[in-house]
Design a protein around this ligand. Structure first.
Ligand code: CP
Ligand code: NVA
Length: 305
């Protein structure tokens, strides 16, 4: 039984610095084929929003280890017809060994965790996307050999990605600069939590993308309108245009800087096609690492190693 066996991952703040470092080491070992864990367990995916990477990487991680996955999206289960989370969580816990939930409110995810008797994993909420940031940190680590002392610049919406990056960077010694328009800065309580977790990571919030990008080792962006905000996309466009990751922003970054994006991307909005497809882009490795990082998470939560 490892330190994470039976636990939930609702936010990266659920992990200590050493637990996160261990997970990233395990993810690297799994990617390198140094261990081949096996399981007969079943993971349920209770997703109320669309997903390609998270759904397929969780599923493939379980399949590669010999386990099973049940895709329980809201439309095909009673969740979509209003069965209470409290009931769903207790019933699913009688069948499944872990539940990954993608939903809107973090409070709903917390209700799943309160009533479930198996590990509950945040597969994205409006507030956080911790599984993505596990893969992001793995990608940074494999590119630069270490995390401590790197500087990541995130340009765009102070959304779920920005929040989980703040926490993940704070826990791993990565300096993080968030450049977002006024009114779209990350939530002050998440920033305060990241500051409390940080032991040496500098956390900078600004409205100035050029200042944020200067000398950074990674330029990271995400869509300007997240799932559930589609109707705001038109109004947001002019506000966010100065925050596009493009050649002129890249020219300010460290010469060895990489481009990261959680995907799906909107080319020529938050990132140019040239940068997304260019030699400094690591977005495909980053997407691949979802598989390795989440396999490490499952191995740890299910006590497989
Ligand atoms: N990055 C990410 O979570 O992608 P999906 O929405 O496709 O799962
Ligand atoms: N911020 C985006 C991330 C998608 C992976 C969203 O929530 O839609």
């Amino acid at each position: 039984m490892g330190a994470l066996t039976g636990r939930n991952l609702l936010s990266l703040a659920d992990l200590s610095r050493s637990e996160l470092a261990d997970l990233l080491r395990l993810a690297g070992d799994l990617k390198a084929g140094k261990l081949k864990p096996r399981t007969d367990k079943t993971l349920g995916l209770v997703f109320s929003k669309a997903s390609t990477r998270t759904r397929v990487s969780f599923s493939t991680a379980m399949f590669q280890m010999g386990g099973q996955v049940l895709d329980l999206n809201a439309n095909i289960s009673q969740v979509g017809r209003g069965e209470p989370v409290q009931d769903t969580a207790r019933v699913l816990s009688r069948y499944l060994d872990a539940i990954a939930v993608r939903t809107f409110a973090q409070a709903d995810l917390e209700t799943y965790a309160r009533y479930a008797s198996v590990p509950v994993i945040n597969a994205l909420t409006d507030l956080y996307h911790p599984c993505q940031v596990l893969a992001d940190l793995q990608t940074l680590q494999e590119n630069f050999g270490q995390l401590q002392g790197l500087t990541l610049c995130y340009c765009g919406d102070g959304n779920n990605m920005a929040h989980s990056l703040l926490l993940g960077c704070a826990l791993t010694g990565v300096n993080i600069r968030i450049a977002a328009p006024e009114g779209f800065q990350p939530l002050p309580e998440v920033v305060a939590q990241a500051q409390a977790l940080s032991q040496g990571s500098e956390i900078t919030l600004t409205t100035d993308p050029q200042a944020a990008a200067s000398g950074a080792h990674a330029l990271y962006t995400d869509v300007w309108a997240s799932m559930g905000q589609e109707e705001e996309a038109g109004d947001r466009l002019p506000r966010f245009t100065p925050y596009q990751i493009n050649d002129s922003l890249m020219a300010l970054a460290d010469p060895a800087a990489i481009v990261l994006h959680c995907l799906p991307a909107h080319r020529e909005e938050e990132v140019t096609e040239a940068l997304l497809e260019g030699p400094q882009s690591r977005v495909w490795d980053q997407a691949e690492n979802r598989l390795h990082a989440q396999k490490a998470l499952l191995v740890s939560l299910l006590g497989l190693a």
